[in-house]
Design a protein around this ligand. Structure first.
Ligand code: PMP
Length: 436
């Protein structure tokens, strides 16, 4: 009897094992935490890594006014402080009809959208995650561009989905290559596992590339052609759509989905207004809507009602368009500062080349294939420890089937132009140091 009690787990001196779910293990990428830790441990480092928006352009005055307006009316204030619904504030969804129609360059009546078509989420990230949750069983397949948004790759891993790379050039994902890959997957009997194509359609994070206009309908045609075993959806991530600085204004992929049965569209107020408010929205094909609502019900039964009402008020009182203009002006100048510095400091580095982004927050820099850029590389340590500059290693942005190691994602979001230039000077010095 006594020996039995002694061997009971709670009597043992060792702490009991913590057994996390398999999903928790899949979700442990940790890249962001590592980057943040590097920043904290190395003060004085200029960060070209952070994808944050520019603190100096955040809408303090506009948000203060929206709060005062909302709280001037007690009934509205009480509504805003109450729970909302899983689908989100009716007031904001009503305003999204003209807001989104204007982006599409159409009258609301032409699009035939109603507030019921919009789903509000905690940033657009939540919809990316919910889509992964509702579509993928472990082993299912998502097709992605190369490179692509590394947090989405993490979300795929987190549900045990497989990311398969579609060859991508300066015009975005190649529809012909997509067709070829789907054909190969069909031959291998894997088509029933293909559930989604993920496309950051405007100024991709990290490459700054946009899918060209002529490729957009072709991509949808190919997805439809291979929707044989079941519908393959396209997740259009339009996070940077409004941060357009010059060049062509692209129509959305969504606009080519006439039957509205294929494209799941997500957008966010994080980049154009404030990420702290955590307001994103989506348009979801009818057959997925209930699953999204049910999943969201499990997660939070509705994103923060208060901040949705703030965005709604800012859209209604006219504060939004001039603010967006100001934000774009500031980022355009910072993009130009980064490109000018790239020209001045990197031109002489053999093998170095970079994309010119027409929007968004990133410049994608490629180095000679002999210069790896990862966390464990000589370059990363030279940059952070000796030169005092940090970047995001490009390898985080590739699916495991097509890993490339010689790129850097450089963000012009946070730092002012003079520090961007200094950061680029330091980075070029680090590259030259490791190239010898
Ligand atoms: N998609 C892309 C491509 C992004 O870069 C980001 C933010 N870095 C998001 C989605 C999510 O942003 P949020 O949740 O703030 O809307």
């Amino acid at each position: 009897m006594s020996t039995e009690i002694e061997t009971m787990p709670h009597e043992s001196s060792a702490a009991p094992t913590v057994r996390l779910s398999r999903r928790s293990e899949w979700a442990s990428r940790g890249a962001i935490s590592f980057l943040m830790q590097q920043g904290a441990e190395n003060p004085g480092v200029l960060s070209l890594a952070a994808g944050f928006v520019d603190p100096s352009t955040l809408p303090v005055e506009e948000t203060r006014r929206a709060f005062l307006e909302l709280f001037a009316d007690e009934t509205r204030a009480r509504q805003a402080l109450q729970y909302g619904t899983s689908q989100g504030s009716e007031s904001l969804r009503e305003r999204l009809v003209p807001f989104f129609s204007a982006l599409e360059g159409k009258a609301p009546a032409e699009l035939g959208l109603t507030p019921a078509d919009f789903f509000l989420t905690t940033g657009s990230q939540q919809l990316l995650s919910i889509v992964c949750e509702i579509l993928f069983d472990p082993g299912d397949i998502c097709l992605v561009a190369s490179p692509t948004y590394f947090v989405f790759l993490g979300a795929l891993e987190g549900v045990g989905a497989r990311a398969i790379t579609v060859p991508t050039d300066e015009h975005g994902m190649s529809p012909e290559a997509l067709d070829e890959i789907l054909s190969q997957l069909a031959d291998a009997g894997e088509l029933p596992r293909v559930k989604l194509v993920y496309a950051v359609s405007y100024y991709e994070n990290p490459s700054g590339i946009s899918l060209s206009t002529d490729r957009r309908p072709r991509l949808l045609d190919i997805v439809r052609k291979w929707s044989l075993a079941q519908r393959i959806f396209v997740l259009e991530d339009a996070a940077y759509r409004e941060l357009h600085y010059d060049g062509e204004a692209y129509p959305s992929l969504w606009s080519f989905d006439a039957p509205r049965d294929t494209v799941i569209y997500t957008q966010t107020f994080s980049k154009s207004f404030s990420p702290g408010l955590r307001v994103g929205f989506g348009l979801i094909p009818e057959p997925l809507r209930q699953a999204v609502i049910d999943r969201k019900g499990n997660e939070d039964f509705g994103s923060a009602h208060l901040t949705q009402r703030i965005v709604s008020t800012a859209l209604a009182d006219g504060a939004y368009p001039p603010h967006l203009e100001q934000v774009k002006q500031s980022y355009r100048a910072k993009r130009d500062a980064m490109l000018a510095a790239a020209q001045d400091y990197f031109t002489e580095i053999p093998g170095a080349r970079w994309e010119v982004p027409h929007g968004g927050l990133y410049v994608w820099m490629t180095l000679s294939a002999a210069v790896p850029t990862g966390f464990d590389s000589q370059l990363f340590s030279e940059a952070v420890k000796h030169q005092g500059v940090m970047y995001v290693p490009g390898e985080l942005c590739f699916a495991p089937d097509q890993l490339e190691r010689n790129h850097m994602r450089l963000s012009f979001g946070v730092l002012p132009p003079d520090q961007i230039r200094e950061g680029m000077r330091r980075l070029a010095a680090a590259v030259k140091a490791v190239m010898g």
